[in-house]
Design a protein around this ligand. Structure first.
Ligand SMILES: Nc1ncnc2c1ncn2[C@@H]1O[C@H](COP(=O)(O)OP(=O)(O)O)[C@@H](O)[C@H]1O
Ligand SMILES: [Mg+2]
Length: 334
């Protein structure tokens, strides 16, 4: 910007200086001075006009970024914490008496919520839409903090743990996971990983042979390719599995398989449980019939745990889980 301004300014100085010296020395007539001067003024107006027009376009993104900063402010107000997250959780994740309402307003989603997840086990959270499952996932990723109570990792309040270090420990796949218009390799590991880890993650997610690692996953690029919804879901799962290989200790899947049918979702969940048996795994689904292989199943209703136990235990209880589990089967028979 400075160089363009200097260029236009010095060109003006040279032209007007030349006209002025010629006029002073009597080399040109007054009529010529007027003609040359007005031509120079018009030209420089075009130059300055062009510059301000270009600046206007260049300034628009700056305005957008400033507005974005405002929009991001609530996230920025989250405390960053200082404690290291190495090997967390080694004992348990505990939601202790957590109450939470979204800052935008509305009713409390969670009220006095209590749940313990032993480290290294798998937990499925099932419930109707709106029960608060995604809210639990968001709190665990620290997109929000509880209004009351705390999430404790091995007894330490999550707010005291370094937020970036914690997020490196957690790998989460949400329903609206990101599809990068980048190479398959970068979609599986945006931060980079050895090819072996990427290939293994793809095999575990049932996404082997979809494309070569350097194929760009968008039609618009040379040799680029596009994937079906189900194939993209497998890529997102491979991303989580690859993160586990790189050291993540908590895996959270929030209905990334909602587009698949019941059998497809069961298959994916079973694959994930096999590949992450040393990690703490949280599977979220509104289908009761896909999570039977999780170590424990928690049925959520209106932000409360109404049933908690293994598949066999909950089937024996004969309550909400058993009812929800058997429904799809009955429908299929009919
Ligand atoms: N960003 C938000 N702002 C306000 N309310 C929200 C927001 N996200 C979800 N809610 C509300 O919180 C409740 C629980 O939502 P959620 O945890 O997403 O449910 P689900 O169990 O289907 O994942 C719902 O009543 C929903 O309308
Ligand atoms: Mg949800």
């Amino acid at each position: 910007m400075l160089w363009s301004l200097l260029l236009v300014l010095s060109a003006n100085l040279i032209v007007f200086w030349a006209i002025a010296t010629d006029a002073a020395a009597g080399r040109i007539l007054v009529g010529h001075v007027v003609t040359f001067a007005s031509a120079a003024v018009s030209t420089s107006m075009i130059a300055f006009g062009g510059l301000s027009w270009a600046l206007d376009g260049a300034a628009a993104p700056a305005g957008a970024v400033i507005r974005l900063q405002d929009a991001m402010a609530p996230a920025g107000s989250i405390t960053r914490g200082e404690r290291a997250a190495t090997n967390l959780p080694s004992r348990e994740i505990r939601f202790r008496n957590v109450s939470f309402a979204y800052p935008a307003g509305g009713d409390r989603v969670l009220s006095g919520f209590d749940l313990t997840i032993p480290a290294g086990t798998s937990l499925a959270i099932v419930g109707q839409n709106g029960a608060g499952q995604t809210t639990l996932a968001k709190l665990l990723c620290r997109l929000y903090d509880p209004d009351e109570g705390a999430i404790e990792i091995d007894g330490v309040d999550l707010r005291e743990i370094d937020i970036d270090a914690w997020r490196e420990r957690v790998t989460a796949v949400f329903q609206d996971f990101t599809k990068f218009e980048l190479a398959l390799r970068d979609n599986v590991s945006p931060a980079g990983a050895p090819d072996d880890a990427i290939k293994q993650a793809l095999v575990q997610a049932g996404a082997a042979n979809l494309a070569s690692l350097h194929t760009i996953l968008a039609r618009g690029y040379q040799n680029g390719t596009d994937l079906s919804g189900g194939q993209w879901q497998r890529i997102a799962l491979a991303r989580a599995l690859c993160a586990v290989k790189l050291g993540a200790g908590v895996v959270m899947l929030d209905e990334p398989t909602a587009q698949l049918d019941v059998r497809g979702e069961s298959e994916i969940f079973d694959r994930i449980l096999t590949a992450t048996d040393h990690a703490t795994t949280i599977l979220i689904s509104h289908r009761f019939s896909t999570v039977r292989h999780a170590d424990r199943i928690c049925v959520l209703e209106h932000g409360r745990v109404i049933e908690l136990g293994t598949h066999d235990e909950l089937m024996a209880v004969g309550g909400r889980y058993r009812c929800g589990y058997q429904k799809p089967r009955k429908r299929r028979k009919g």
